[in-house]
Design a protein around this ligand. Structure first.
Ligand SMILES: [Zn+2]
Length: 80
């Protein structure tokens, strides 16, 4: 049987917890940067299916090629 002290267990617990928080922070930062890059090159997400759509003309409405929903071009992302 492996003997582990209370202090070692607390350090291991804190290490796993902090590594999880760091991993989530990096993942969401990467995802946010990817979304900003896509918005910068002229894409936005469909409100219904979250597919990426290229901005169209000056009329303000674009039909999603995936689901057929009509989206406003001013929408800059899906907050779901
Ligand atoms: Zn769609």
């Amino acid at each position: 049987m492996i003997r582990v002290g209370l202090v070692s267990m607390l350090f291991a617990y804190a290490g796993v917890f902090l590594a999880t928080i760091l991993g989530l922070w990096l993942f969401y930062g990467w995802r946010r940067a990817r979304r900003r890059h896509r918005e910068r090159i002229g894409l936005f997400q469909c409100r219904l299916c979250a597919g990426w759509i290229r901005r169209g003309g000056p009329d303000g409405l674009v039909r999603c090629p995936s689901c057929g929903a009509i989206n406003e071009q001013t929408i800059t992302g899906n907050d779901i």
